[in-house]
Design a protein around this ligand. Structure first.
Ligand code: MG
Length: 111
């Protein structure tokens, strides 16, 4: 049985989706196109908030973006899980500041 919590199971499912539609040979893995698709999904996430849609709609649009991110890792051939943990490690060491009433976690290099 598939462990639906695992990154490798998610990646395998997205790879199967790419293979089913032959994304590799039909432009579906071109990075500029993928960025446009991810931007489109980000806009749909935004619309969920600005149009007051329910949480289920927000979750579905976030899943769309997440699936595209996994597919971009396939297209550009990098291990997104390793990149995730490497970046989390950096973020965990960063400081936060309140800026205009909202918290920001950053390196604050030039502030
Ligand atoms: Mg969508």
């Amino acid at each position: 049985m598939t462990n639906t919590d695992s990154y490798s199971a998610m990646l395998t499912a997205v790879q199967a989706f790419h293979d089913k539609h032959d994304f590799k040979n039909t432009g579906g893995e071109e990075l500029a196109y993928r960025i446009a698709l991810m931007t489109e999904e980000l806009g749909e996430i935004s619309a969920c908030v600005t149009k007051g849609k329910d949480t289920a709609s927000l979750a579905e649009e976030c899943a769309d973006l997440f699936i595209l991110l996994l597919g971009t890792a396939i297209a550009a051939d990098f291990p997104l899980d390793e990149a995730f943990w490497a970046k989390m490690k950096k973020l965990q060491q960063r400081e936060s500041r309140m800026i205009n009433g909202r918290i920001r976690v950053s390196e604050f290099r030039d502030m």
